[in-house]
Design a protein around this ligand. Structure first.
Ligand code: NAD
Length: 320
């Protein structure tokens, strides 16, 4: 991995910026951070995400859209890309219900443009970041990667599932060394501002009402960013990961009303809850089976939800 480059798509996003910091801490050189700084949330937040490494000589920042197939193909030659971690996407369940076409174009079309470039440039590893939202209502919890998935509940989940299928076709047809990773509710400093944990923290801190859709019994398998990055690094490096789909979660789903209570403790303030009807597209539970991640990646999440929320809240207050 020395003279060739590692390409991180969506490198200015929440997970991408943390993963680049992890690669630098591991002593990696020649990292290409590709991001188009789209307006899904404030691009200024993404500029701040990359502030710690934007001027590092080991980083090349490329501001471009990976859906542009010819330019993406050229980028693989220009930087001699050998490893890809494809994090760039439109994420988020609810906006995908309102704007499904954008999700299809970026998450499916964009992934295909990258797979084409990866095939032509003969990369050594293509880590495709999917999502826990690919599991449908009929999937049995805890979710096992290779058990029947059912039908995704949202266009976002469908777009991620379609991207996975293209990945496996490129693996089978062209031998692209694909690893598919399914993250479960990753959180921590620099969390996306559109996610409930961010919105709720802001509401409790500012004394505003906190919107809660449904009765708060929905459960999410929250995964701390440092644990996720450790698993992702193993997915990038371990030979046994190639050809596999691997969950990266915490295997401890938490009810949303418990999430609010944990935030109240960390912030030292009471939440005022504004109950609203359930939103379509939301999964009642996400719960990762980690048997495969443990076996193939030696993955073992370390950070408890209470500890992770304390870190998140400290960052949130520091930023203000
Ligand atoms: N955060 C989570 O809990 C979570 C859970 C499951 C899956 N994921 C997946 O992990 C990945 C990263 O998520 P995140 O939370 O960091 O999201 P994010 O929105 O913070 O990061 C995505 C980045 O991709 C960039 N991007 C989008 N379209 C692009 C394009 N066409 N060309 C170049 N750059 C583009 C965006 O500008 C953004 O900076 C996504 O694929 C997401 O679907 C995240």
């Amino acid at each position: 991995m020395n003279s060739t480059s590692i390409l991180i798509t969506g490198g200015a996003g929440f997970i991408g910026s943390h993963f680049i910091e992890r690669l630098l801490a591991e002593g990696r050189e020649k990292i290409v951070c590709l991001d188009n700084f789209n307006r899904f949330y404030d691009p200024a937040v993404k500029r701040a995400n990359i502030a710690s490494f934007a001027r590092d000589p080991r980083i090349t920042l490329v501001e471009a859209d990976f859906c542009e197939a010819a330019a993406t193909r050229q980028l693989f030659d220009d930087y001699d890309v050998s490893h890809v971690v494809h994090l760039g996407a439109y994420a988020g369940v609810r906006p995908s219900v309102a704007e499904p076409l954008v999700y299809q174009q970026t998450n499916v079309g964009g992934t295909l443009a990258l797979l084409e470039a990866a095939r032509q440039h003969a990369v050594e590893r293509f880590v495709l970041i999917s999502s826990s939202t690919v599991y449908g209502q009929s999937a049995a919890a805890p979710f096992v990667e290779d058990a029947p998935l059912g039908v995704p509940l949202s266009p976002y989940g469908a777009s991620k599932r379609a991207a996975e299928v293209f990945g496996w076709t490129y693996h089978g047809l062209h031998g692209v060394p694909v690893v598919c990773v399914r993250p479960f509710s990753v959180y921590g400093p620099r969390l996306r501002p559109d996610l409930a944990l961010s919105i709720w923290t802001d509401a409790i801190e500012s004394g505003r009402k906190l919107p809660l859709f449904g009765d708060g019994t929905v459960r999410r398998d929250f995964t701390y960013i440092s644990d996720f990055c450790t698993g992702l690094l193993a997915a990038l490096e371990r030979p046994a990961a190639i050809g596999q789909t691997i969950n990266l979660g915490h295997a401890e789903p938490i009810e949303l009303r418990q999430v609010i209570a944990t935030l109240e403790t960390a912030l030292g303030k009471k939440a005022e809850i504004d109950r609203q009807p359930e939103k379509p597209g939301e999964m009642p539970i996400t719960y990762a089976d980690l048997t495969k991640a443990r076996r193939l990646l030696d993955y073992q999440p370390q950070v408890s939800f209470e500890e992770g929320v304390r870190e998140f809240v400290a960052w949130f207050r520091g930023r203000r």
